[in-house]
Design a binder for this molecule. Structure first.
Ligand code: VAH
Length: 315
């Protein structure tokens, strides 16, 4: 039985539905700290109110449903994290600590995504290696480095089966992301369809690694099902699918919407975060150790995003 925390977020919304298809609805317990409205996630299988800063709520859900695996998606992202660094520490680190303690006591495996946010200005930007300098300049990044180390520690010290991958920016057409530096690459598709123009908060030439959500979901499934004996980098696998800047995604959109116009209104705080991250990752260790192999590139993602969003927006 799998408990997903942060199940109403950008990743959770789609991961819960995919895992319920694969493993059976009753084997995937969705949880979130609040339930604002009924959705397919809350209605198509078990749902629990769990705030990861409350260890008892995690333990109660794990025991009630006989959980053996926790996928912890509860986190405050990079841009919004800078507006509330202490809350970001409490949820991202306090929550993860609680998850790991409950997992240790109840013999659960734990999958927690890390992020390219673990890297900072002193990290090599091109083909960023799997093992390299990690001096992040955001609280989110600090919690992701510390989170990788804490997960390694719980595996080494208590033999908790901890696994995780460093996600790049994730692009999806179901749930909107919240507070991410890379989220311009989601909003641009909505704006292109609604207004045929987008004012980008990051500057021309800001290249970052990105991934389409279907590939991100496969990464969780593949890593969780991988042979543990092969997992050398257990909690911290670099994974990526593509790398582009705002001009790159705009040019691809123009293949479908020729009159699409991209303008810039740079948010200096978010630009500073984006500038501190790599331009392209080396994800060869994930490919080697658990056969990571993304399916979507910028062209196929753009085709699918526009097709799906047209339906969703009734355009
Ligand atoms: C963010 N989308 O922008 C997240 C992710 C690497 C990016 O961590 O904060």
């Amino acid at each position: 039985k799998i408990l997903v925390t942060g199940a109403l977020g950008q990743i959770g919304t789609e991961l819960v539905m995919k895992m319920r298809d694969m493993y059976g609805a009753n084997n995937v317990i969705a949880s979130s700290r609040s339930k604002r409205k009924e959705t397919e996630v809350t209605e198509s299988g078990p749902f629990e109110l769990v705030d990861v800063v409350n260890a008892q709520q995690i333990a109660d859900a794990v025991k009630k449903h006989n959980v053996d695996t926790v996928v912890n998606l509860a986190a405050i992202l990079s841009a919004s994290g800078e507006a509330n660094p202490s809350g970001t520490w409490d949820i991202n680190m306090g929550g993860l600590y609680n998850i790991l303690e409950v997992a240790r006591e109840n013999n659960c495996a734990v999958c927690t995504p890390s992020s390219i946010a673990v890297f900072g200005p002193s990290t090599p930007k091109e083909q960023t290696p799997q093992d390299t300098v990690m001096r992040p300049t955001t609280m989110y990044g600090v919690t992701k480095v510390a989170g990788e180390l804490l997960c390694d520690y719980y595996h080494m010290k208590f033999n908790v089966d901890t696994r995780g991958m460093r996600y790049p920016g994730l692009i999806s057409n179901k749930a909107l992301p919240g507070g991410g530096t890379t989220d311009y690459a989601v909003h641009i598709y909505y704006e292109a369809l609604k207004h045929k123009k987008y004012e980008c908060f990051l500057d021309k030439g800001t290249r970052m690694d990105m991934m389409y959500m279907p590939d991100a979901l496969n990464a969780v499934i593949q890593l969780m099902e991988a042979d543990p004996a092969k997992l050398i980098h257990r909690n911290a696998f670099n994974v990526t699918a593509m790398s582009f800047d705002p001009e790159g995604i705009a040019a691809e959109i123009r293949k479908h919407i020729p009159e699409f116009e991209l303008t810039y209104n740079v948010n200096q705080d978010i630009q500073k975060i984006a500038n501190s991250w790599p331009d392209s990752l080396d994800d060869s260790q994930a490919r080697k150790q658990w056969n990571w192999n993304p399916k979507y590139d910028l062209a196929s993602m753009t085709e699918d995003m526009l097709t799906e969003l047209k339906k969703k927006l009734n355009i």
